[in-house]
Design a protein around this ligand. Sequence first.
Ligand SMILES: *[C@@H]1O[C@H](CO)[C@@H](O)[C@H](O)[C@H]1NC(C)=O
Ligand SMILES: *[C@@H]1O[C@H](CO)[C@@H](O)[C@H](O)[C@H]1NC(C)=O
Ligand SMILES: *[C@@H]1O[C@H](CO)[C@@H](O)[C@H](O)[C@H]1NC(C)=O
Ligand SMILES: *[C@@H]1O[C@H](CO)[C@@H](O)[C@H](O)[C@H]1NC(C)=O
Ligand SMILES: *[C@@H]1O[C@H](CO)[C@@H](O)[C@H](O)[C@H]1NC(C)=O
Ligand SMILES: *[C@@H]1O[C@H](CO)[C@@H](O)[C@H](O)[C@H]1NC(C)=O
Ligand SMILES: *[C@@H]1O[C@H](CO)[C@@H](O)[C@H](O)[C@H]1NC(C)=O
Ligand SMILES: *[C@@H]1O[C@H](CO)[C@@H](O)[C@H](O)[C@H]1NC(C)=O
Ligand SMILES: *[C@@H]1O[C@H](CO)[C@@H](O)[C@H](O)[C@H]1NC(C)=O
Length: 475
Amino acid sequence: MVAASSLLALPLLATAVAAYNASQHQLNPVQLIGANSPWFSGPSQGIPYVVPEGCTVDTAAFVSRHASRYPDLAAWQQWTNLSAKIDAATFTVSESAPELKFLETWKPVVRTPSQDISAINVGGYKELQVQYDMGVTYRYRYPDFYTDNSPFIAWANQYPAAPRVIDSARLFTRGYMGPNATRSGEVYVLNSTDPRGYANSLGTGDGCSTIHGGSGVESTTWDNTYLPPITARINSLLKGNLTFTNTDITNMPYLCGMETPILGYQSPWCAVFTDDELEGYEYAQDIKYYYGGGPGSYKNGTVMLPVLNSVIQRFQDGPNKTYTSSDGSKFQPPPLSAMFTNDGQINQLVSQIGVFDDQAPLPTTYIPAGNKYVASHFVPMRGTIGFERLTCSAKHYMRITLNDVVYAVPSCKSGPGQSCPLDTYAALIANKTAAAGTFPQICNISSTGATQAELTMKSTFLQDDALPWGYFVSP
Ligand SMILES: *[C@@H]1O[C@H](CO)[C@@H](O)[C@H](O)[C@H]1NC(C)=O
Ligand SMILES: *[C@@H]1O[C@H](CO)[C@@H](O)[C@H](O)[C@H]1NC(C)=O
Ligand SMILES: *[C@@H]1O[C@H](CO)[C@@H](O)[C@H](O)[C@H]1NC(C)=O
Ligand SMILES: *[C@@H]1O[C@H](CO)[C@@H](O)[C@H](O)[C@H]1NC(C)=O
Ligand SMILES: *[C@@H]1O[C@H](CO)[C@@H](O)[C@H](O)[C@H]1NC(C)=O
Ligand SMILES: *[C@@H]1O[C@H](CO)[C@@H](O)[C@H](O)[C@H]1NC(C)=O
Ligand SMILES: *[C@@H]1O[C@H](CO)[C@@H](O)[C@H](O)[C@H]1NC(C)=O
Ligand SMILES: *[C@@H]1O[C@H](CO)[C@@H](O)[C@H](O)[C@H]1NC(C)=O
Ligand SMILES: *[C@@H]1O[C@H](CO)[C@@H](O)[C@H](O)[C@H]1NC(C)=O
């Protein structure tokens, strides 16, 4: 087993020369941008990634966000507005701030918005590298899981707004299988807006009116705390009639995170801020996700329990289980369940897997020391929640990783490498499921095109490749 971090480093980004004054940064700016960071493996939580002595990983699953992408339309409009505002002003930059000189010529970097908006950034080719690299990495990590030229299946959420999730699964599959992926590989796409797929897809919650992605007052409080000093500092470095607002400032770290994988080198916006300022932005992302769909949002996250219960079922059955699909055909899924979806679902799921069960509510006026719930560490582009079944002396354990970093479940870490005995983990999640209520209750669904009986708290798509709301695309 090779250490994950060495395989998954992003060489181009990590060694990129910062555009202007990188020496002011002790930290890597693009790793402080929350959901808008390109993928990276986060800091160790004190548990080595190596498989514990006497154990093997014989079944694995992951739920990954799609990889780096172009901005969505709303963000693009904010960027072009910011560019227009800068263009309309007459200003000079203080000599003490050479890192702001680029403002005089800056243009947003999406070259063909009509084609690129919302897509993963194939044009920035970095994207291809990241997703192929991910597939190769999993082949290295689990060398016994796949035999050349045998079938393989990966799962994808049918995100209605753009093909970026399906495309990420396709590119992963190509990296995992190699040149014959298009012949013997498949991506199984699940339509979460079909009522029968509400609880049995990778977009559980898409049919729920009770689920909200955004945080409200908590974000406003933190923004009003951390932004004004940054805005004042930047404005003090400009002479003329260019004056940024707090809202303008929030777009700038965003641009640092998003422009970098498009350009292939570090965006000049990354050099504008101090580490402390970027940590303020990063914490704004933590608050956004914690209170918007995460652990601080009541039962929002419980909509992903059906997916988690399906993973647990897969682990209890083991890698060689053959299932009977709903059309009567036999289905033997691969030992690796590779699932791709969006940031909201990653955040919901992370709140249910147990690793944040000891997380105190995030304060809204200061950054708590040693904060564990850091959005950059699990929901950046390609953010990945990993599950591994460790088998040690014929006993099974659940080990969980976030971006390849092992996290313990605080109430259950008696196993090798602080893993959780699989049956105890199953009981923990069964308890959470019982406390959550039924899927129609969580979502306040009284009648749908699906029978209520189909909206169960355990998805079946990992065990059934013939669901009527699923379809296949070629890698
Ligand atoms: C870069 O930042 C460091 C630390 O703030 C400063 O000492 C140095 O003069 C800066 N270099 C340039 C070229 O501005
Ligand atoms: C961009 O600016 C226009 C014109 O001022 C405004 O109507 C629009 O709401 C702005 N869009 C965004 C996303 O800020
Ligand atoms: C800034 O000042 C210049 C020169 O006085 C003027 O032409 C321009 O309209 C001003 N722009 C804004 C946004 O106020
Ligand atoms: C791809 O499939 C073809 C036809 O089965 C086979 O000849 C070839 O060796 C395969 N390539 C790889 C890299 O496995
Ligand atoms: C998903 O299901 C909905 C509702 O049945 C349907 O309107 C939509 O066309 C489906 N999308 C795809 C891509 O099949
Ligand atoms: C989801 O969170 C919002 C607050 O952001 C809350 O109003 C709503 O009741 C929550 N939904 C569930 C199902 O817990
Ligand atoms: C699965 O099947 C393979 C091939 O027969 C075998 O080597 C392996 O031990 C089996 N794994 C388990 C957990 O039963
Ligand atoms: C699950 O709940 C039962 C009943 O409340 C409790 O006895 C048991 O300890 C819980 N198990 C776990 C793993 O949390
Ligand atoms: C649940 O749905 C009913 C009927 O549509 C509606 O009247 C009620 O306000 C909803 N409750 C919540 C908490 O969303």
